[in-house]
Design a protein around this ligand. Structure first.
Ligand SMILES: C[S@@+](CC[C@H](N)C(=O)[O-])C[C@H]1O[C@@H](n2cnc3c(N)ncnc32)[C@H](O)[C@@H]1O
Length: 199
């Protein structure tokens, strides 16, 4: 049973997210953004944002200390188009302002949860893909990269089998080694495109 304390924490997080997101999406006009889920210390998105100054970039991570370090990088880079927020991915999606549309989603080296009984904790699952599709801009791209081969195959299968996504043979929009990538002996990538008729 959910305790009152837990419910109050979630309520506070929702309110905090609404407060943080409102200035990024002012007014009713649709605004596309590039979203990195599980951005860690923000290495990838900081360099991505510098290379794409016209794109609004938002990185989120569950862990506060990672967001503190990511924000230091953002400040050093003076990247006005870049924002890092402490948030859980599904909660973030549910609090997005109406004008916000996901143009690109980056999921780089997500926690693999290798044990079968923990697969339910993986972020790349059909319900998450549906939730992203519901807030995606036409032509949205989903970029997935992992060093855990079974997750790569299962993620590819989930994307290929989802009615709103199709796997495409495209390169990543930008290359920059992440912290977990640097530790990985090998890794693989999968790119998917939102099917027409989205949003
Ligand atoms: C294995 S690390 C990878 C970090 C970074 N992308 C990299 O490649 O170095 C996975 C990150 O995802 C974050 N994370 C896990 N589940 C999340 C969720 N549901 N929402 C937001 N962040 C999440 C973790 O806190 C962690 O920082």
């Amino acid at each position: 049973m959910l305790t009152e304390k837990y419910l109050n924490i979630i309520k506070d997080r929702r309110e905090g997210l609404r407060r943080d997101l409102a200035p990024l999406f002012p007014g009713p006009a649709a605004r596309d953004f590039t979203w990195e889920v599980g951005c860690g210390h923000g290495h990838y998105l900081t360099d991505y944002a510098a290379a794409h100054p016209g794109e609004l970039c938002v990185g989120i991570d569950l862990l506060a200390d990672r967001i503190v370090r990511a924000n230091r990088k953002r400040d050093r880079a003076r990247a006005a188009n870049l924002h890092f927020l402490q948030a859980e991915a599904r909660l973030f999606l549910s609090e997005l302002p109406a004008a916000a549309r996901i143009g690109r989603l980056l999921l780089l080296f997500p926690d693999p949860w290798p044990k079968a009984r923990h697969h339910k904790h993986r972020i790349l699952q059909a319900d998450f893909l549906s939730a992203v599709a519901g807030r995606a801009a036409p032509g949205c791209r989903f970029y997935f990269r992992t060093d855990f081969a079974p997750y790569l195959e299962e993620g590819r299968t989930a994307l290929a089998g989802h009615p709103r996504w199709e796997v495409v043979d495209e390169p990543f929009p930008f290359e920059r080694e992440t912290v977990f990538q640097a530790r990985a002996p090998t890794f693989g990538s999968c790119v998917a495109r939102l099917r027409d008729g989205g949003h």
